[in-house]
Design a protein around this ligand. Sequence first.
Ligand SMILES: N[C@@H](CCC(=O)N[C@@H](CSS)C(=O)NCC(=O)O)C(=O)O
Ligand SMILES: [Fe+2]
Length: 243
Amino acid sequence: MGVSSTYIFRQLVDGASNTYTYLLADAHTKEAVLIDPVLEQVERDLQVVDELGLNLVQTINTHCHADHITGSGKIKALRPSACSSIAAASGAAADIQLQHGDIIKFGSLALHVLATPGHTSGCLCFHLPPAVAGAPGLVFTGDALLIRGCGRTDFQQGDAALLYEGIHAKLFTLPYDTLVYPGHDYKGRTCSSIAEEKAHNPRLSKSKEEFVEIMNNLGLPYPKQIARALPANLEDGAMFPYA
Ligand SMILES: N[C@@H](CCC(=O)N[C@@H](CSS)C(=O)NCC(=O)O)C(=O)O
Ligand SMILES: [Fe+2]
């Protein structure tokens, strides 16, 4: 899947947790980042990196995941030049502590860091502006904005009103044609757009009061892996010996 000749883009999936991992690279310099790698898929992801002749410089976590262990720690063990990053507000360990307004540069590409707390206190989105005039930008939304949904707000410092405000202020103000790439989808969908989500998201198209009411009554069971994922991810996924 190539979106533009100036960059390489791949969407990878972990079927066990319905998690999306994104590979983005400058097509010319070959510098690459992985957004939200999953521990169990590290070998697969590095194989793609290698087959495309890319130089992985950073793994970027949208937040401290509760449903799977990040691949950042294992990737660092295998590729020491690949720094890990996560929001400072997450309280998790990583080589680079990110905050709203930061810009992650690799080759000629620049990901703009947007803080959208509320699913967790340290949730970040990453906006890649259009590579060429007339092309859509991309936004990687982690668990803040999902396709026709959003991240739950019932644990990890969840705050439904804050999530609503951040999504409306920082995501729904992006150009309408910006493509939305979420951290998960549980129905096999891969991509949406800001215009689609503003119009059709059944939670976020409502008023803030209605949204909070919906979020307070989701009644979801806790993620199956939460007990092992949270402590591991607070340590950059590196609490296990990988070598
Ligand atoms: N069944 C899954 C976990 C499902 C879940 O809770 N997903 C989270 C994102 S991962 S922290 C979520 O926010 N879901 C929102 C929703 O509306 O589904 C498992 O056991 O791992
Ligand atoms: Fe999450």
